[in-house]
Design a protein around this ligand. Structure first.
Ligand code: 5RP
Length: 257
């Protein structure tokens, strides 16, 4: 890895702990104005200084985020289908030039292993990595799970390993039983997506498990911004990721209004 990639990546994954708290707010790129993100600027404003990085599309970055914020940006650069269509039919939608102009510290796209357009999304990842490496830009591969696919260690391990083999510099995936097997088989850092909203204590437990089993942090959305107390929740997640807090300690932080 060259200096540029390492330097940008260190804006996302903090050297002090080797971990990151990414706040994912890209959901609208296929779901539209989803719960908690009807006004992304309003949602993000109180949380942004507690996130190491925002995972966001260029449209929401330009219109909703204060350019003076020093939180790193990882730009979602893939899209195409809406929630009404074939989700795996994604392409790269945002250029590298745009990512650089927006001062992104990373770019991210989804791959759909085991889905209809598996091969094209994986070759898109290869093309994105080729281009990103010319500019010293780290690439996050999001291992998207189609409706028909399970979320077990065998499947997620396959998807993460393929992403790393193709050259992704870090990977996002879901938590699953035996997550350590997914982490062991993937030589680049893995960040955990939160998935659907679950009770806060369960989301904190899942985060603790993922970190203990080898995750380099989270790229979490709904379990933060759809929480009863989003600010408390991001602080609680931070305490687990960066400070090794227990679930009980983190839940106490969450509960403080
Ligand atoms: C959607 C994404 C989201 O960023 C990812 O799913 C994280 O958000 P959440 O924690 O809500 O699952 O990449 O494809």
């Amino acid at each position: 890895m060259d200096f540029g990639i390492k330097n940008r990546l260190s804006r996302i994954i903090k050297a002090k702990t080797g971990k990151t708290v990414m706040l994912a707010v890209d959901h609208g790129y296929f779901q539209g104005p989803t719960t908690g993100l009807r006004d992304p600027g309003k949602t993000v404003r109180p949380l942004i200084s507690f996130a190491d990085c925002l995972f966001i599309t260029r449209g929401m970055l330009r219109t909703c985020i204060d350019p003076k914020s020093d939180t790193a940006i990882c730009l979602r650069v893939s899209g195409g289908p809406s929630i009404l269509g074939e989700l795996s039919n994604e392409d790269i939608t945002t250029s590298m030039e745009e990512a650089i102009r927006l001062n992104a510290s990373g770019v991210g796209m989804s791959i759909f292993v085991g889905a209809r357009n598996e091969d094209r999304t994986i070759s898109n990842l290869g093309r994105l990595v080729n281009e990103a490496e010319r500019f010293g830009m780290p690439v996050l591969a999001v291992t998207a799970v189609g409706k028909e696919m399970g979320r077990d260690a065998r499947y997620l391990g396959l998807a993460c390993r393929i992403a790393a083999e193709i050259g992704a510099h870090f990977v996002k995936t879901y938590y699953c039983e035996d997550f350590y097997k997914v982490a062991e088989g993937c030589p680049v850092p893995i960040v955990m997506a939160g998935g659907k909203k679950i009770p806060e204590r369960d989301a904190l437990q899942m985060t603790k498990n993922a970190i203990t089993e080898g995750a380099a942090g989270v790229d979490m959305g709904r379990n933060i911004f759809q929480s009863g107390n989003p600010l408390g929740m991001i602080k609680a997640i931070r305490s687990i990721v960066h400070k090794g807090a227990s679930v009980e300690e983190a839940f106490e932080i969450y509960s403080k209004k």
